[in-house]
Design a protein around this ligand. Structure first.
Ligand code: ZN
Length: 253
């Protein structure tokens, strides 16, 4: 079904994968074993037998590509898990381009479908709704347990500004990972967000500001969560469950 519409929607068809692309696709399979079986002939093979071609967006601009990335555009992300926290280069947003059909298929394609997979996670006394799909809720519970050893970080962690919310990213056709119950926002009072300083997406000069301690960020990353503070379009309160990108330091799983 996906294959039929690809050209019309502006994706280019996959040639043979480069070794780098192939390795990234294998990491995706390893991260979501309940759904994915392998990579074959330029396509991702699902356990139920369907295939998703590994394609790249034909879009020429940053925004157009972000609005409709191919699966290969998503896999390009070189996320610096557990590295020091530094200002990202212009338009470096590792993990921000998401091939949405993949997420819809795993977590649910409608609000009701996603809701069916939500469970409650106790976040320092605050009940949060998180998807149990792919072990995301269990992973967040483990993160909370790790973070509990650092009471000095508590002001960054609570109150959480929320997890599940079925919505598009403001002003775009893109669905936030909050829609899939696989993201958490921490305390907005300690956060920086690129839109708060009045910039347009893709504009140069967005300042990188961050108060979140490296140890806190690395604690999430070790459990498979990526941080919005590693994006040029920074969102320092935001973490999302993307275990395909954090392999290098995922010793806690
Ligand atoms: Zn968020």
């Amino acid at each position: 079904m996906l294959g039929a519409g690809l050209t019309a929607l502006g994706w280019t068809s996959a040639a043979a994968l480069t070794p780098t692309e192939s390795a990234a696709a294998q990491r995706l399979v390893a991260a979501y074993p309940a759904f994915l079986r392998g990579v074959e002939g330029g396509a991702l093979v699902w356990r139920e037998g369907t295939r998703t071609p590994l394609t790249r967006s034909a879009a020429q601009t940053y925004a157009a590509r972000l609005n409709a990335p191919g699966l290969l555009d998503q896999l390009d992300a070189a996320y610096p898990a557990c590295a020091p926290l530094t200002a990202p280069a212009y338009l470096s947003d590792p993990g921000r381009a998401r091939f949405e059909p993949l997420f819809r298929k795993m977590y649910g394609a409608s609000e009701a479908a996603v809701r069916a997979g939500l469970v409650t996670v106790n976040w320092f006394g605050q009940p949060l709704q998180v998807t149990r799909v792919n072990g995301a809720a269990d992973s967040l519970r483990a993160v909370a347990q790790d973070l509990a050893a650092h009471p000095e970080w508590r002001p960054f962690l609570t109150p959480s500004a929320g997890t599940f919310l079925w919505r598009a990213v403001a002003g775009t056709p893109r669905r936030s990972v909050h829609s899939f119950g696989a993201a958490i926002d921490l305390n907005t009072a300690r956060a920086a967000y690129w839109q708060w300083s009045g910039f347009r997406e893709g504009q140069r000069g967005i300042p990188w500001r961050n108060q979140f301690p490296a140890g806190l960020v690395h604690t999430f990353e070790r459990r498979g969560w990526i941080w919005g503070g590693r994006w040029y379009h920074l969102d320092t309160m935001h973490f999302e469950y993307r275990p395909e990108l954090t392999g290098a330091c995922a010793t806690g799983r």
